[in-house]
Design a protein around this ligand. Structure first.
Ligand code: RP5
Length: 163
């Protein structure tokens, strides 16, 4: 069940076509019980609404913004330009295998940072985990859950059997 309460994380994506991948970020936050809101908002197609939404994030009590886009992927950069909250960028796979998205998201000019994750699903999951780690700085329960997640992950690897 999706966690209820005031969203601490906003997940934004440039198109509904990004949702299949970004659902992994949402599911990861849900697994840790972190309330969040997911929206389709585009840097290019809905520039005004994107700016308004992210500009209001701090006042809504949001603490981390995750922004995913593909191709000429300016969404995370535009978000970072409109808020001082940490912005985590997830480059989507694209016609150029995500390299265009990666560079568009990562190559920010000095002064406006975007923390850029890997292209695609790994980036979506890791953006959520990094958001949780940021929230965990002042939430010992979340930090405990991260440690358990890492321990479970290690256990799983150590138990792998190759036929
Ligand atoms: C970007 O363009 C979106 O983030 C998406 O990854 C890409 C393609 O969008 P659609 O044409 O599928 O809507 O803005």
């Amino acid at each position: 069940m999706a966690p209820t309460g005031k969203p601490l994380v906003n997940i934004m994506m440039g198109s509904k076509s990004d949702w299949e991948v970004m659902k992994n970020a949402s599911d990861t936050l849900a697994q840790f019980g972190v309330a969040h809101e997911c929206r389709v908002l585009s840097a290019h197609r809905t520039p005004k609404e994107t700016a308004e939404y992210v500009s209001g994030a701090e006042d809504r009590g949001v603490e981390v913004v995750i922004a995913a886009a593909g191709g000429a992927a300016h969404l995370a950069g535009v978000c970072a330009a409109h808020t001082v909250l940490p912005v985590l960028g997830v480059p989507m796979e694209s016609k150029l295998l995500g390299l265009d998205s990666l560079l568009s998201t990562a190559q920010m000019p000095g002064g406006i940072p975007v923390g850029t994750l890997a292209v695609g699903k790994a980036g979506a999951v890791n953006a959520a985990l990094l958001a949780i780690a940021i929230l965990g700085l002042k939430d010992p329960e979340l930090r405990k859950k991260i440690k358990q997640y890492r321990a479970d992950q290690a256990d799983k690897i150590l138990k792998e059997k190759l036929t």
